[in-house]
Design a protein around this ligand. Structure first.
Ligand code: ACO
Length: 448
């Protein structure tokens, strides 16, 4: 892997200590970082950084993101170009393997994805034991971690697993996650599952498993396949985001790929992260139900002192328009035109965006639409229920999680991730007599 270049040295002056030098490293796109790896060893102090706003947890060669300029590159390729000219499975290959597949690699990759599409029949039975109304994200993470019981070859210490086993597990997971997602949807609506088909490509296969049924044929429309391909591509990686960091952190304990990805799925579920796509549509539905106009909503958000959010707006890293949101907005316009459909919630979202972008509150805080603002409305047009939106995000993000897990394991500097803290609790104290259970009372309690 390519390593950052040492440049200058930053000097840190701590009262009572001689000034210490810390190496400044420059990445391949010109970003600079102070290497603080030895901060504690050299000074006895730790760095405190809430939300890791200023902390780079690793060097990575997968995705480049510039939040000020709105740039997003996967392995050097602009996401706009990939969304326009590639298919999701090729982008998945690119992220995991570092280069676009040639003809033969594309064939092999498709074959592998096809070969692993089926679930073990015993796994299929798991679905019948989740309660009605179980959230598909809960099912998804549970099923993914269960894969490690069926494919235990990756469950030992990762250092002893060869590249081939890791590549196979990556293809298996990419393929099976799609099947698990579709099966969990079928379970949630009480319909029998539809098996994957070898004659269909990745996205078409998914749509068929989701929407066809013995009594209701489903027409796979190319416009829908295109929109989903674009959505999966723009979600495919986003460097050290919350769920990817979860995958790396859990993976640093050397758990298997399935366990690490299950952790990523759980992190993605949260409304501040991937769960925001569901929240956007719920927010719009609530506005419609209450007869609340976009103007009123914006005022409520502004007056709430942070208690009420405009979901789908704002981003930790982007301080300009999220380039993915631009792509998704165009994909949304294209799809609605092609399907010749109208959704009043889309009108509402467009007006919310327009008003927010013109408002000082949002401008001063650099709040722009993020990838989640228009993605839910596309899923809705396709017929995907809102509980499944974050599952769709997970399907898209999976190649990124796999790529980061793999990159981390290949890096000899990949240590157990274990942050420090600044303790602010009570000082040393001892149990008072009334805090200790008497021996005779303890015997009674133990007997219960
Ligand atoms: N609506 C209203 N106000 C907002 C929003 C929003 N969506 N996002 C941030 N703000 C405000 C905050 O209240 C804060 O205001 P203050 O300075 O007056 O206290 C200011 O903007 C800065 O916000 P922070 O929360 O400090 O910024 P942070 O980088 O921690 O938050 C986050 C990023 C979590 C994404 C935030 O913008 C948010 O909650 N957005 C809504 C949820 C969402 O859409 N999440 C998806 C993000 S994309 C993804 O993960 C796939």
């Amino acid at each position: 892997m390519r390593l950052a270049t040492p440049t200058d040295v930053a000097t840190l002056g701590i009262p009572g200590q001689d000034p210490r030098g810390f190496q400044i490293l420059e990445g391949s796109a010109g970003d600079r970082a102070i290497d603080m790896t030895n901060l504690r060893r050299q000074t006895g102090l730790v760095a405190l950084d809430y939300g890791y706003n200023n902390t780079a947890s690793c060097e990575s060669a997968i995705t480049y993101l510039n939040g000020e300029k709105g740039v997003l590159l996967y392995r050097g390729y602009p996401v706009e170009e990939l969304a326009e000219k590639s298919r999701f499975v090729e982008v998945a290959y690119l992220l995991v393997n570092g280069h676009m597949p040639n003809e033969k690699e594309r064939e092999d990759w498709s074959m592998q994805l096809n070969r692993h599409a089926l679930l073990h029949e015993d796994m299929r039975h798991f679905f019948s034991h989740f309660p009605d109304g179980a959230h598909p994200m809960a099912m998804l993470s549970a099923m993914v971690v269960s894969l490690s019981t069926f494919y235990p070859e990756l469950s030992q210490n990762q250092h002893h697993v060869g590249d081939e086993a890791i590549d196979k597990a990556a293809a298996r997971l990419l393929s099976k996650l799609r099947t698990i997602a579709a099966f969990s949807y079928k379970k949630s609506i009480g319909e029998p599952v539809v098996y994957p088909r070898h004659d269909l490509r990745y996205v078409a296969n998914f749509l068929n498993m989701m929407f066809s049924s013995p009594v209701r044929p489903y027409e796979i429309r190319p416009e829908v396949v295109k929109a989903l391909n674009v959505l999966f591509i723009v979600h495919a990686d986003h460097e050290q985001n919350c769920s990817t960091s979860a995958v790396r952190l859990v993976g640093s304990a050397r758990v298997n790929l399935y366990a690490a990805v299950a952790a990523g799925i759980c992190a993605l579920w949260g409304p501040l992260h991937g769960g925001a796509n569901q929240m956007v549509i719920e927010m719009a539905e609530e506005m419609a139900a209450q007869g609340m106009s976009p103007k009123e909503k914006i005022e409520r958000v502004k007056n709430s002192k942070g208690a009420e959010l405009l979901y789908g707006f704002g981003h930790r890293v982007y301080k300009t328009y999220d380039p993915r949101a631009k792509i998704v907005k165009k994909a949304c316009d294209d799809l609605f035109r092609a399907l010749d459909v109208h959704d009043p919630l889309l009108d509402m979202l467009r007006e919310l965006e327009e008003r927010a972008l013109a408002d000082d509150f949002f401008r001063e805080r650099h709040l722009y639409p993020n990838v989640d603002f228009y993605s839910g409305i596309i899923y809705r047009a396709i017929g995907i229920p809102k509980e499944m939106f974050t599952v769709m995000f997970a399907l898209g993000r999976l190649p990124g999680w796999i790529a980061h897990w793999k990159e981390a394991l290949e890096d000899p500097r990949f240590k157990l991730q274990r942050p420090r803290q600044l303790y602010v609790g009570p000082g040393l104290r001892h149990l008072a007599p009334d805090e200790v259970v008497r021996a005779d009372r303890a015997a009674v309690l133990d007997a219960r």
